[in-house]
Design a protein around this ligand. Structure first.
Ligand SMILES: Cc1cc2nc3c(=O)[nH]c(=O)nc-3n(C[C@H](O)[C@H](O)[C@H](O)COP(=O)(O)OP(=O)(O)OC[C@H]3O[C@@H](n4cnc5c(N)ncnc54)[C@H](O)[C@@H]3O)c2cc1C
Length: 340
């Protein structure tokens, strides 16, 4: 089979890219390894506005799956609680991804579910074992991307997090817990949904390698009613290089995440839309004289500063944390006052 564009991975990045390509009638196929959506752990929080984009109006174009609007989060520390006045939305992410999939299908996009890509070979590239030849490959295959590996780009530095669903929680507001009694170099979250809570704990590389199993054990014991915990890696560094001669990376595959807080849903969707716009432009010229560096220029212009600032703040926070937890909380308070 021959396709102009092959998108590998049907998460929020891949589905958003697919939806905008489908709208313009670009010849593509999206290949997803699972037979259903939302198979990877996530806190299900979505930041509705980043830069000029409104997630629900410009990217997702639906309200399906919205659970709760959050305006304030309590940041619990051993030196007292801080209030984070930050607007985000909790969602049922499975419904969000299913709805995006419906939009892709409705606009005539082709999706192959339950088909894992194992490798990519040749020039022009062939996706294996599916045997699909592509003019462009879009890697939206998450943190352990096979596309990124094929492009010869190094893995970003990783964090690790675990989430579960709880019906009852001993608090009644959205909450984050920070500090070494919770997990060094990380945090725990308690996000209220309509009838349950998405709760979890995660840490940057320094934290998960040394402390995760012990700290997760204590966390799990606090919530014995949670039946199922799901863990996943997430990229927690600045974005990687995101283009090659015939390939681009979008979302977690490219580390397009606000790494200080591990939020990648909205940024992945924004970069998916930008990727689609760039591909549509080249599709109109039948991919002749294609220069995919345009994609990187475009997302850097929109989100480059945000990614860099988030990464620098996280690094600085952890340097201070290494010296004194007390000072790191004072720093966090200042950052909340300045940026939230
Ligand atoms: C525990 C946890 C909590 C988080 N909480 C939040 C949060 O509350 N808010 C937020 O904004 N962000 C959060 N994030 C980050 C967010 O989940 C990601 O940034 C976002 O999901 C990235 O979307 P994506 O489409 O790039 O990748 P993914 O969601 O990982 O999707 C990749 C897709 O590719 C498929 N795939 C992978 N390899 C292959 C292959 N070889 N062949 C075919 N298909 C393949 C996968 O099955 C998957 O469907 C969290 C992350 C974790 C781990």
């Amino acid at each position: 089979m021959k396709k102009d564009v092959v998108i590998i991975g049907g998460g929020i990045a891949g589905l958003t890219t697919a939806k905008f390509l489908a709208e313009e009638g670009v010849d593509f196929i999206l290949v997803e390894e699972h037979t259903d959506f939302f198979q990877k752990a996530c806190g299900e929080g979505i930041i509705p506005k980043i830069g000029k984009y409104d997630f629900f109006e410009d990217l997702y174009e639906s309200k399906i799956g919205i659970e709760r609007e959050i305006d304030e989060t309590i940041v619990h520390t051993r030196y007292g609680d801080l209030i984070l006045p930050f607007h985000f939305v909790t969602t049922n992410k499975k419904l969000v991804e299913q709805e995006l999939f419906k939009q892709v299908k409705k606009k005539g996009g082709e999706v192959l579910m339950g088909s894992k890509v194992r490798s990519i070979e040749g020039d022009p590239p062939t996706i294996l074992p599916q045997g699909i030849k592509a003019k462009v490959v879009v890697g939206t295959d998450g943190v352990r991307s096979v596309v990124r590996k094929w492009m010869g780009i190094n893995e970003p530095s990783l964090g690790f997090a675990v989430e579960g669903r709880a019906e009852k929680i001993p608090f009644d507001t959205c909450r984050v817990e920070v500090g070494k009694d919770v997990i060094p170099y990380g945090y725990a979250w308690f996000f209220p949904k309509r009838e349950e809570w998405n709760i979890g704990i995660g840490a940057f590389e320094k934290g998960y390698k040394r402390y995760f199993s012990r700290k997760f054990d204590s966390f799990r014991r606090r919530f014995p009613e949670v039946k199922k915990w799901r863990g996943a890696f997430l990229p927690l560094s600045k974005p990687t290089k995101t283009y090659g001669k015939r390939s681009i990376l979008v979302g977690d595959a490219a580390s397009q995440i606000i790494s200080s807080i591990g939020a990648g849903n909205t940024t992945s969707a924004i970069c998916g839309k930008i990727a689609a716009e760039v591909l549509i432009k080249f599709a109109r010229r039948d991919f002749r004289e294609m220069d995919l560096s345009l994609y990187e220029k475009r997302w850097k212009a929109e989100l480059g500063k945000l990614f860099s600032l988030a990464n620098s703040l996280a690094r600085l926070f952890f340097v201070i944390y290494g010296l004194s937890e007390y000072l790191s909380i004072k720093f966090l308070k200042r950052m909340i006052e300045k940026y939230a």
